[in-house]
Design a protein around this ligand. Structure first.
Ligand code: SF4
Length: 461
């Protein structure tokens, strides 16, 4: 069958979609970019923000209309976090849905599609948090989707590898612990084996992925493997040129991880560590379990231990009760940290979280918008200052391919046959430069000649 798969949300969802694609291809299906001609339409969904869920409702509204009008309507499947959050209610609201499949049930998707073709609908949710830890911790098939992956599927040269599932932190604004379940770390041997297979298939830049990746901890009998131990084991794999990890939680960022970054040459000097707020009062209300002082200390330790470390942050504006003073503290934190970039979001209550139950969403939309714009402007200044310091350097990039503006530049590349390419430095800077298309997936040295708040501009050396 021809299958269309659309992915919303975070890197974890993108990885799930990549793994699901491999499984569907192995089952003899074909993947298409054309939703209208597909026999099966799948949406891998996100519940972190209301906006992402609204997008899925709009797609499902379209699918319901199409099903009413077509002689041979497609099978419609909803995957991931929205299924976990809403379960049968989602299908009740949208009877056009034939498959509703939670995040940990994705390995059974080929069978669900066959059942749907035979007229049988599926609603498969993961066990709830209370029972999930027992159900998964000792199950050798817990990471069957990851273990069975086809190492050749995915963007050239780069790959994500999941090291853990779920989250136990329960920040008051966040739905993840409820939809992705308890934090369970994969066996280090399974992770190392997966990376080995990916590297053998030519994927030389690996990003270890976890909701709080640096909280990774695997216990077996007397033996405990920490995240810095895991970094050591993975970085040892021959042929692995770059190793990254996202996303980190400030509270679990010990010096052992920073020292591994300093001492192991293939670990990239890039730390994405969400602060969410610069104000102690708001950090406490968010349940983040660290203070501003502790976060500042992390930034200072990172700069002291890892030469050339590049920092990125996340912030939420308009959290319940956020005063102008709290907001100013976030702006101050961005200036102090000198992030390369920050992801800045406006608070919206997510049903089921402690924030939605106990806090009043009391910051008017206009104030959220203004604070969002103000933090974006402060970040733009910090980002520009950071990127400008790199002008004149020669930096190695892994070339991703043509930039989004390739062919649309006001001035055509000087060299015929060249086009605008985009690559990433070890510090995760985005660099654009002119070069031949076949550089995609390879490393190149770029002389940096200019910078904006988000991008480096350079010339191929
Ligand atoms: S650490 Fe907090 S924000 Fe991150 S996934 Fe866990 S609960 Fe959500």
């Amino acid at each position: 069958m021809k299958i269309y798969l659309e992915t919303m949300g975070c890197q974890m969802n993108r990885l799930d979609s990549e793994l699901v694609t491999g499984r569907l291809l192995a089952a003899g299906h074909e993947i298409t970019d054309d939703r209208k001609s597909a026999d099966v339409v799948l949406y891998n969904t996100c519940s972190v923000r209301a906006h992402a869920e609204n997008k899925v409702y709009s797609r499902l509204g379209e699918e319901a209309r199409r099903k009413g009008n077509l002689k041979h309507p497609p099978i419609v499947g909803v995957l991931g976090c929205m299924v976990q959050r809403q379960g049968p209610a989602l299908r009740k609201r949208y009877p056009c849905v034939d498959i509703a499949c939670g995040p940990r049930q994705l390995s059974d998707l080929p069978e669900m599609i066959l059942n749907a073709a035979a007229g049988k609908t599926t609603v498969a949710r993961d066990p709830d948090r209370k029972t999930a830890r027992d159900a998964f911790e000792n199950d050798p098939n817990f990471d069957v989707l990851d273990q069975g992956r086809d190492p050749c599927i995915g963007p050239n040269a780069r790959a994500y590898v999941r090291v853990m599932r779920g989250c136990d932190k329960f920040c008051t604004y966040c739905i993840v612990p409820f939809v992705r379940g308890p934090e369970i770390s994969r066996k280090p041997s399974a992770i190392v084996e997966e990376v080995r297979r990916l590297v053998a298939a030519g994927r030389c830049e690996i990003t270890l992925l976890g909701q709080t990746v640096n909280s990774y901890c695997h216990r077996a009998g007397e033996q405990t493997v920490s995240f810095s131990d895991l970094l050591g084991r993975v970085s040892d794999i021959e042929g692995l040129r770059r190793l990254r990890f996202v996303t980190s939680h400030p509270i679990d960022f010990g010096n052992d991880i920073l020292e591994a970054m300093r001492d192991l040459p293939n670990i990239c000097p890039y730390v994405h560590c969400p602060a969410q707020s610069g104000s102690d009062r708001i950090l406490k209300a968010m349940g983040r379990n660290y203070t501003r002082e502790q976060y500042d200390d992390l930034i200072d330790r990172a700069r002291a231990i890892v030469p050339d470390v590049v920092l990125a942050g996340d912030f939420i504006v308009g959290f319940p009760g956020e005063s102008e003073q709290d907001h100013a503290a976030s702006a101050d934190l961005i200036r102090r940290s000198g992030y390369k970039n920050s992801f800045i979001f406006k608070y919206s209550p997510r049903p089921g979280t402690a924030g939605a139950r106990h806090l009043v969403d009391d910051i008017p939309a206009a104030v959220k918008k203004y604070r969002n714009n103000e933090l974006l402007a402060v970040q733009a200044e910090a980002g520009l200052a950071h990127h400008r310091k790199l002008i004149g350097r020669t930096m190695e990039v892994l070339v991703e391919g043509p930039s989004r503006r390739a062919g649309k530049q006001p001035k055509a590349p000087a060299n015929p046959g060249h086009l605008q390419l985009v690559g990433r430095t070890r510090g995760d800077h985005i660099a654009v430069f002119d070069g031949p298309r076949d550089l995609a997936g390879q490393y190149a040295n770029i002389h940096i000649t200019g910078a904006s708040a988000l991008t480096l501009f350079g010339q191929l050396r």
